[in-house]
Write a protein that binds this ligand. Structure first.
Ligand code: CO
Length: 134
């Protein structure tokens, strides 16, 4: 069912500093910061040859990233995103295996303008998993 690793998302306390690390120290191509209010984040995309890194910073009062940073002051890996061809088919397969879909269970439009679902970390060895339809 799953395809490529689309991205690894890292929550960062200082977006400008993290962007500079990836751009200036590691020499990666980075995007301008992009606000995604529906998900309570500002994102910088780091383009790597085989995947992307998303630097996530809290946006707004109830950002899930703020809670994460409260528990991980220097930041940390927040989630992994796997590509799927059909998000509804993926959802049915996951639900049939007893995996929990977060939120209302309906796909939301993610940071790349494509439908995404988030899956319960307790069902995936403590890792928050995002699936994105490509
Ligand atoms: Co993501």
């Amino acid at each position: 069912m799953i395809g490529r690793l689309n991205h690894v998302a890292i929550a960062v306390p200082d977006l400008a500093a993290a962007t500079a690390t990836y751009r200036d120290t590691l020499g990666a191509k980075v995007s301008e910061p992009q606000a995604v209010p529906e998900h309570g984040v500002t994102v910088v995309f780091v383009e790597l040859p085989n995947t992307k890194i998303e630097l996530l910073h809290p946006l707004g009062a109830n950002s899930p990233i703020q809670k994460f940073l409260d528990n991980n002051a220097s930041g940390g890996i927040h989630h992994l995103c796997y590509e799927v061809e059909d998000i509804y088919k993926a959802r049915e397969q996951l639900k049939a295996s007893g995996k929990r879909i977060l939120g209302d269970g309906e796909p939301k439009i993610g940071a790349h303008g494509k439908p995404v679902l988030f899956l319960h970390p307790k069902d995936f060895n403590g890792t928050l998993v995002e699936v994105e339809q490509i």
